[in-house]
Design a protein around this ligand. Structure first.
Ligand SMILES: [Zn+2]
Length: 97
């Protein structure tokens, strides 16, 4: 069982959280212009690294807020937890360790 440190509530058991998939997947700038294949790729195709991976999580049984964390997919070690404040336009994405 993972212990996840919610940025607002502190460390809680994994069962209190809901996994939200890969973090930092940008919404298409022109969704109407995408082909069905491109739209399907946006919806369903995600990275599957062996190593650090940025993920979205919700503290569903707690404060219900979303945040990002970086988890090593082999060891499950949580390398960083990031509050989910919007990133201003032009700001770089967080860098994986
Ligand atoms: Zn929380």
């Amino acid at each position: 069982m993972l212990l996840i440190a919610c940025p607002w509530c502190g460390e809680r058991e994994e069962l209190e959280f809901h996994y939200g998939g890969q973090a930092h997947v940008p919404y298409p700038a022109d969704p109407e212009g995408l082909s069905d294949g491109e739209w399907a790729e946006y919806l369903f195709v995600r990275d599957n690294p062996k190593g650090p991976f940025a993920e979205r999580w919700s503290h569903a049984a707690g404060c219900r807020r979303w945040f990002n964390l970086i988890r090593h997919t082999v060891t499950h070690e949580i390398l960083a937890v990031q509050s989910n404040r919007p990133v201003a336009a032009g700001q770089p994405k967080p860098v994986l360790p």
